[in-house]
Design a protein around this ligand. Structure first.
Ligand SMILES: Nc1ncnc2c1ncn2[C@@H]1O[C@H](COP(=O)(O)OP(=O)(O)O)[C@@H](O)[C@H]1O
Ligand SMILES: CC(=O)N[C@@H](CCC(=O)OP(=O)(O)O)C(=O)O
Length: 249
């Protein structure tokens, strides 16, 4: 129950304090990658910049990128502070620090990117010193900061470290009927998950999450899982009692 984990915290998570307690007392090494989609959306609309999504990704013109950076950085610092106060010394970083996440811009989406390289050495250095890295999903290319979907960033980090990835979100896992939690798949192979995507069972924000879970596996993570963020979730996932587990057959 103390294996190293990359944990992705979605921006739509409820009961954050309880979850920080859970992460604070997890006995194994952790790397956290966080989102913040709802908060980014709220700030952009407050500033009169409405968002449009393509394939689950926020189209991000340069003027919106500044807001994305500010909001994600603030969230990262908040999480690192919350964990540190609970005795788990955490350091908030973005992909811009020491080229932690090297990015490549995706066409037609403004300053949106994918991850093409992870500076593992920085993560290992912090982990070796007993610190928990908290990573904001901002990558860097020649032109500057790129907005990366947080699931994509977490999948890339897990793949690079060869660690399992747990994507915490507001649903119990992948459902056969996206509105019915009783139809949760306890386990999916990459082939089964890809089929569900093609069939349109996996929709909206679940698309980048499933893609990131599969990407992590292809890059060498032993398994990945999507589960609802709540107290006790990590233990329940490790025991196979919660979430959807992605693993080769
Ligand atoms: N097959 C499915 N099973 C479960 N949830 C699904 C499915 N297809 C789409 N979803 C949606 O995906 C959402 C999770 O993605 P998202 O809102 O982006 O979360 P986060 O902010 O945690 O990354 C769920 O709230 C649900 O509405
Ligand atoms: C390109 C892109 O879509 N980036 C995301 C980054 C934050 C994120 O992914 O947050 P959640 O995990 O809460 O969805 C965005 O701008 O919303």
């Amino acid at each position: 129950m103390s294996e190293p984990l990359v944990v992705k915290m979605g921006g739509s998570l409820r009961a954050l304090e309880a979850l920080l307690e859970e992460l604070g007392r997890y006995p194994g090494p952790l790397v956290l990658v966080h989102g913040g989609g709802p908060e980014i959306g709220a700030w952009l609309s407050r500033l009169g910049l409405e968002s449009r999504f393509e394939g689950g990704l926020r189209v991000t013109p340069p003027e919106a990128m500044e807001v994305v950076e500010m909001v994600l950085t603030a969230i990262g610092k908040r999480l690192a502070g919350g964990l540190s106060r609970r005795g788990r010394k955490a350091v908030a970083l973005s992909g811009q620090d020491a080229l932690l996440l090297r990015g490549r811009a995706l066409p037609h989406l403004g300053r949106v990117g994918e991850v093409v390289g992870v500076e593992k050495a920085l993560l290992r250095f912090l982990l070796g010193g007993g610190y928990t890295p908290v990573v904001s999903p901002i990558a860097l290319d020649e032109a500057g900061a790129l907005n990366v979907n947080a699931d994509t960033a977490a999948g890339a980090v897990a793949g690079a470290l060869g660690w399992p990835a747990v994507f915490l979100t507001d649903v119990e896992g992948v459902y056969k009927d996206p509105k019915d939690p009783s139809t949760r798949f306890p386990r999916l192979t990459p082939e089964e998950a890809s089929r569900l995507k093609e069939e349109g069972v996996v929709q909206g924000g679940m698309i980048p999450k499933v893609e990131a879970a599969l990407f992590a596996l292809r890059q060498g993570a032993p398994w990945s899982a999507i589960a609802r963020g709540r107290e006790g979730v990590l233990r329940a996932v490790l025991l196979g009692e919660a979430g959807t587990l992605f693993k080769e057959a």
